[in-house]
Design a protein around this ligand. Structure first.
Ligand SMILES: NC(=O)c1ccc[n+]([C@@H]2O[C@H](COP(=O)([O-])OP(=O)(O)OC[C@H]3O[C@@H](n4cnc5c(N)ncnc54)[C@H](OP(=O)(O)O)[C@@H]3O)[C@@H](O)[C@H]2O)c1
Length: 332
């Protein structure tokens, strides 16, 4: 399939290009699209340098598939134009995720929705993806009634400008690291329990995204009670999530592990004291589930620690997997 990447110079776009190097369904070189800022930038692909160009409507003519990773506003502007040109758009922004005509896809859970889909397919929020990878399989067997999550989200989840800012703040610490810049408060050596705009009930946008997107992917309504506190932590790559589920049926760590170890793309750690950390798993496509343990005193409730690379399974890998479904490729 002839493919374009919009946002090719960004953190996610560059990961997409690395993953596309191994895709047998790709035909020819991908078209690298950016804003005017990065037009002319060269990016290595399969050993040769390809040049980014400023996106225009003509770029989508003759392209079968477009991977978008350039922010919500850019996506709202260009996705309808690309789709009208006959492209299937896999969009990584939040622009289309709650549009009832646009499927919201995690291939291991609802990948069939990406088959024969013309137009736009939405990639979920990075935290949502790793949470549903662990919770949805448990829901199918034990019936999840409640899910309570605290996320610990990496700086790269906010893009390359955020990464540059924390590297600078860390170098300057303790001098000159107290000024708020990209983040609302200083981020170096700190934890911020606020991601995105304020929402009702004292919430923040990221928490609302997790709630609505989880229900949509799991095909559940408000009978699935979800709470989320989303925090930003000074980790470069890799989101972590502390999760508590309450089920309709009795659940034990052993039963949950037996379900989760069969899920493609999930790596479980059986010892309840053992876990993976963000730094250990950065650069991997899988979702890592550890510290799976009983909620003391409740036979229907379980606690776990779920970690994944936000730029890979949380973004680029999930999008390339969707592209593989679109291309009719067997899932790896
Ligand atoms: N980072 C993550 O972990 C993550 C996870 C899930 C979803 N996402 C979503 O993925 C998208 C990209 O994230 P990122 O972290 O890769 O951000 P990033 O590092 O800041 O990169 C943004 C990319 O978008 C391009 N872009 C920005 N405005 C544009 C415009 N008006 N026209 C054309 N291209 C434009 C930039 O091109 P220039 O170089 O020319 O500015 C750059 O290639 C965002 O929507 C984000 O919400 C990110």
């Amino acid at each position: 399939m002839r493919t374009a990447v919009l946002g090719a110079s960004g953190l996610v776009g560059r990961k997409m290009l690395t993953l596309l190097e191994d895709c047998s369904w790709l035909s020819g070189d991908p078209v690298l699209l950016t804003s005017a800022r990065s037009a002319g930038t060269e990016i290595s692909f399969r050993g040769r340098n390809l040049t980014c160009r400023e996106v225009s409507a003509e770029d989508f003519a003759g392209v079968d598939l477009a991977l978008f990773s350039a922010g919500g506003g850019t996506s709202r502007q260009w996705a309808p134009i690309a789709a009208a040109a006959g492209c299937v758009v896999v969009d990584n922004s939040s622009a289309w995720r709650m549009d009832p005509l646009v499927p919201l896809v995690v291939p291991e859970i609802n990948g069939q929705l990406a088959k024969s889909q013309p137009g736009i397919i939405a990639n979920p929020n990075c935290s949502t993806i790793q949470i549903v990878m662990a919770v949805s399989p448990l829901d199918k067997v034990f019936g999840v009634k409640e899910c309570h999550v605290t996320t610990l989200q990496a700086i790269s989840g906010a893009g390359q400008a955020a990464v540059q800012e924390i590297l600078q703040q860390t170098r300057d610490f303790p001098e000159d690291s107290n000024s708020a810049g990209f983040f609302p408060r200083p981020m170096a050596y700190n934890v911020l329990p606020a991601i995105g705009a304020k929402t009702e009930f004292g919430g923040y946008e990221e928490e609302t995204k997790v709630l609505h997107e989880m229900r949509r992917i799991m095909d559940r309504k408000d009978d699935l009670h979800i709470t989320c506190t989303a925090t930003r932590v000074p980790v470069l790559d890799g989101h972590s999530a502390a999760i508590r589920v309450v089920c309709e049926k009795a659940i034990t760590p052993q039963k949950a592990l037996a379900v989760l170890e069969k899920v493609p793309g999930v790596i479980v750690t059986a010892d309840p004291h053992d876990f993976h950390t963000a730094r250990e798993i950065a650069g991997n496509n899988d979702v890592y589930v550890g510290r799976v343990r009983q909620d003391p005193g409740c036979e229907r409730s379980l606690l776990m620690w779920v970690v994944a690379d936000n730029l890979l399974k949380g973004a680029a890998w999930n999008a390339v997997q969707i592209a593989g479904v679109v291309a009719g490729e067997k899932r790896r």
